[in-house]
Design a protein around this ligand. Structure first.
Ligand code: ZN
Length: 248
């Protein structure tokens, strides 16, 4: 279920303030996520490895390039470098593919205390049938939660590309019973925290669907695909563009 509109509005204000670099106002404290939310203590560049690289990869997962997906493996290779370059370009930083103090500082300003990006929350991505949490899917609770975090950072990239206007998540992670109720496929990516259904307003469904291809979403189902006239489904698996009314 989506949270009340008022809450989303409040988060949007926080996002705008954070983007304005006014650090006096921060999002309310929340439980620390499974991947931890420590600040970065060194510059990361091609060839470095470690959990800090992994945390960076989660946060630039929305910049893999058209139709691609970034591996979150803790190894800073060419694909991570390219993602950092796209992230830097998207935010008007110097583009060098190196995650130094300026780039990492911006990443830190974009995230809430629980490691979620400013524009999204675990509460928007957890059980789509009104429950709470990430248990009862087709993977462990911890994996579903950390995958949902990656999904949120992809959505943040999508939101930034769409001029920071809020994106409404109608359904995110689903438990098996919830997925059954929603009529989802037996192996739906919703069961893994790897999918989100997005409502229109202020964006058109086709604007969401088309732009999502640039931000790590490889399975996209929208207008023209049966059952998807009122929302766009995006997930990080496969390679499916099924939104015929939005072009090719
Ligand atoms: Zn869906």
């Amino acid at each position: 279920m989506s949270p009340p509109g008022r809450r989303r509005g409040a988060r949007a204000v926080v996002a705008v303030v954070l983007l304005g670099s006014t650090l006096a106002l921060v999002a309310p404290a929340a439980p620390v996520a499974a991947d931890g939310c420590a600040t970065w203590r060194r510059t990361l560049s091609q060839g470095t490895t470690g959990s800090d690289v992994r945390r960076l990869q989660v946060r630039v997962a929305g910049y893999p390039g058209f139709g691609r997906r970034l591996s979150v493996d803790g190894e800073f290779g060419p694909a991570t470098r390219a993602a950092v370059r796209r992230f830097q370009a998207a935010y008007g930083l110097g583009v060098d593919g190196i995650a130094g103090p300026r780039t990492l500082g911006l990443v830190e300003r974009l995230q809430d205390d629980d490691c979620t990006p400013a524009g999204f929350s675990f509460g928007e991505l957890d059980d789509g049938c009104g429950g709470r949490g990430f248990d009862g899917g087709r993977t462990t609770t911890a994996t579903a939660r950390s995958t949902a975090l990656v999904t949120m950072w992809k959505l943040q990239a999508l939101r930034h590309a769409l001029r920071e206007r809020p994106i409404t998540v109608a359904s995110g992670f689903r438990s098996i019973p919830c997925n059954r109720l929603a009529g989802g496929a037996a192996r739906s990516r919703h069961l893994f925290g790897d999918a989100a259904d997005l409502d229109a307003g202020p964006h058109t469904l086709c604007a969401l669907a088309r732009q999502a291809r640039h931000h790590g979403f490889q399975g996209i189902y929208g207008p023209g695909y049966p059952g998807h006239s009122s929302h766009v489904h995006v997930d990080g698996s496969g390679r499916s563009w099924r939104a015929p009314r939005c072009g090719i």
